[in-house]
Design a protein. Structure first.
Length: 137
């Protein structure tokens, strides 16, 4: 990011609830914008029509941020249809699950790590869920 863009980009993470877009700074010279998700299996292809609304949003909200150099990135995140992660003991001894957070990974990671620690320690008050079942394509 050039100097002008660095000065124009927000320095805190933002959530635009209406458009369902989120932003965060990744160091001084990177500005991350995210907001699309699709059920697409193990596929890192990103269509241009999925990126264009993100660029348009930045141009509208932060016109001094240069969007000429955009690096699309696909994060493959396991997610259940109800968006609740699977946290708990697996079927095999000493196997525990803490997965399926989807787009809420950073938000939920601390509390689910605490939950799984409780399960591992054998705490009676820890909530547990059945392990996530993966199906091969």
């Amino acid at each position: 990011m050039d100097q002008k863009s660095q000065a124009a980009a927000p320095t805190v993470s933002l959530l635009d609830d209406e458009t369902k877009l989120v932003t965060s700074r990744l160091g001084v010279d990177r500005f991350r914008v995210a907001g699309t998700a699709e059920f697409n299996g193990y596929n890192k292809d990103i269509r241009a029509d999925r990126i264009r609304p993100l660029i348009d949003w930045v141009n509208q909200c932060f016109p001094d941020v240069n969007t000429r150099q955009v690096v699309p990135w696909a994060g493959l995140r396991p997610m259940m249809p109800n968006m609740m992660p699977r946290v708990g003991r697996g079927r095999c001894e000493n196997v525990f699950y803490n997965t399926g957070h989807g787009h809420l990974g950073w938000t939920l990671s601390a509390v689910t790590a605490d939950m799984i620690a409780g399960v591992i320690k054998g705490a009676s008050d820890a909530r547990t869920y059945a392990p996530m079942q993966f199906k091969s394509a």
